[in-house]
Design a protein around this ligand. Structure first.
Ligand code: NAD
Ligand code: MN
Length: 488
């Protein structure tokens, strides 16, 4: 079958929840909308607390099953590697589903999201056989022998957002399986399709039934039930800081372990000695990539006054030149926002900026066509008290400020409840090192527009989250340490 035919078949299916390796399709439905048209392309099941309960029980049974605990790390690694292969051999199909569901560019998905998803599985495939404890010196040498072992946390609830639907599911599934956890995945209600397809590929790779379960549905129903369920040992969440706090409260009942990857309002800081062509381009990409729907988007631009006009004029020119178009347009550079609700939210922010005295230098309007397209937007004359400067907009909207010296810009960049990421552009080593130290953010990028690596921990300072995904720390989110003491 061509990938197009496969996609047609997949879209027309009556999707259900994947529980214990079987589809459960009863109950209410949620329409899956293509944000480039506003039209429904499929429907998925609107899960309930009972569905979550079934899925959690299935994950628990799978976790406690003797065959799962006896499963060798090498076997888990092989499954992860096979899933990566399957993602690659289904690249066209997954990209088609992702672009129809999320709106982003199909070619960007093929060049970016899909290879990154396969890489993350391969990276954690390697970790499955490299989980280790330590032998520790204790205060009575010769009489006591002490060591630690790492054990899987148990049943993990994985709650993911709509901005990188496939990748966010992969970021959580891969380390969870490498560690030996079993899972219940709840994708965002706006973009459930690739998570459902990925779960099928996970089974096709040979992962036993019940190890990965998927329940689709609304956040306040399915997400909330998962966060509160006493049979869930850990929740890994990516989304808004607001919902992160709700999950924290819901998790209190059984004191679940939590990892939270939340919002950001990340600064891009440009000094006059920087390689300006690259810096200007990165400043524009940092906010307009994925229509600004990126947790680490560079949504606050700080430019030294000596080059402020030059840099900001260039970003404005980029904003004007960007071709905003559906994800199947080969020349398209920016897709729609995810939903009518989110478009309204972004429009509301721009309106609030105008009311508070900001000047819209470019953009500021939705496109007069079907779908939820919004223009790349640059706001000038913003002040720190404005909502557009303080709050995460999660759209293609940039605020700009100028600075004179390093301490001033460090202070202003840190003046945020968030601390996910920060970019600095300078050729001066002293400035680079000083800012790397002073900036309160989980990721500091110097003279590079970004890029993530599975071996590089990623996560937030302050209200941008708890814990680090990727790297050994990312694996550790799904493990717990047992200390063993043996007498002579
Ligand atoms: P959200 O936080 O509501 O959604 C993220 C996930 O959490 C979804 O799967 C959702 O169903 C689930 N969820 C919602 N309410 C829940 C609850 N009470 N308990 C458990 N799970 C729940 O995000 P959103 O409403 O789609 O977007 C709102 C804002 O969040 C955006 O404008 C943006 O600022 C931010 N956001 C950040 C990221 C990120 O990558 N950090 C991703 C998406 C959205
Ligand atoms: Mn959708």
């Amino acid at each position: 079958m061509s990938s197009h035919a496969e996609v047609e078949v997949f879209l027309s299916r009556k999707h259900g929840h994947l529980i214990d390796g079987a589809w459960l399709t009863a109950g209410e439905r949620i329409e899956v909308v293509n944000p480039a048209t506003g039209k429904s392309i499929a429907s998925v099941a609107a899960g309930t607390a009972e569905d979550v309960d079934k899925a959690v029980r299935a994950a628990r049974r799978a976790f406690e099953d003797a065959s799962w605990s006896a499963c060798s790390p090498s076997q888990r690694g092989r499954w992860l590697w096979t899933i990566a292969d399957l993602i690659e051999s289904h690249a066209e199909e997954l990209a088609e589903l992702e672009y129809l569901d999320n709106g982003k560019s199909r070619s960007v998905i093929l060049k970016g999201d899909i290879p990154a998803a396969a890489d993350v599985f391969r990276y954690f495939a390697g970790w499955a056989t490299k989980i280790y404890g330590q032998t520790l010196a204790v205060s009575r040498p010769g009489t006591l022998h002490a060591y630690t072992v790492k054990e899987p946390v148990g049943v993990a609830g994985l709650i993911t957002p709509w901005n990188f639907p496939l990748l966010m599911a992969v970021w959580k599934l891969a380390p969870a399986l490498a560690a030996g956890c079993t899972c219940v995945l709840k994708p965002a209600e706006e973009t459930p399709l690739t998570a459902l397809r990925l779960a099928e590929l996970v089974h096709e790779a040979g992962v036993p039934a019940g190890v990965v379960n998927v329940v689709t549905g609304y956040g306040h129903v399915v997400g909330a039930a998962l966060a509160a369920h006493p049979g869930v040992d850990k929740v890994a969440f990516t989304g808004s800081t607001e919902v992160g706090k709700l999950i924290l409260q819901a998790a209190a009942g059984n004191l679940k372990k939590l990892s939270l990857e939340l919002g950001g309002k990340s600064p891009t800081i440009i000094f006059p000695d920087a390689k300006l062509p690259a810096a200007k381009q990165a400043a524009a990409m940092g906010i307009f990539f994925n229509a600004g729907q990126v947790c680490a988007a560079g949504s606050r631009l700080f430019v030294h006054r000596a080059v402020f006009d030059e840099v900001v004029d260039s970003v404005i020119a980029s904003a004007r030149a960007i071709r905003v178009a559906p994800g199947d347009d080969p020349q398209g550079q920016m897709g729609p926002l995810i939903s009518a609700k989110h478009l309204q939210r972004v429009q509301g922010y721009v309106a609030s900026g105008r009311e508070e005295g900001a000047r819209v230098a470019v953009g500021g309007q939705r496109l007069q066509r079907e779908g939820y397209f919004f223009q790349p937007t640059v706001l000038l004359d913003t002040r720190r008290e404005m909502r557009v400067t303080a709050e995460e907009i999660f759209g293609p909207v940039l605020v700009c400020g100028q600075f004179e010296d390093l301490d001033e810009v460090a202070r202003e960049a840190n003046d945020s409840i968030y601390g996910l990421s920060a970019s600095v552009w300078t050729q001066d080593l002293n400035i680079a090192h000083t800012l790397a130290r002073k900036l309160q953010a989980g990721s500091i990028r110097i003279n590079t527009g970004g890029g993530l690596d599975p071996n590089l921990p990623f996560g937030g300072y302050k209200q941008s989250g708890w814990g680090r995904e990727f790297g050994e720390e990312g694996l550790a989110l799904y493990l717990q340490t047992k200390s063993v003491l043996i007498g002579a």
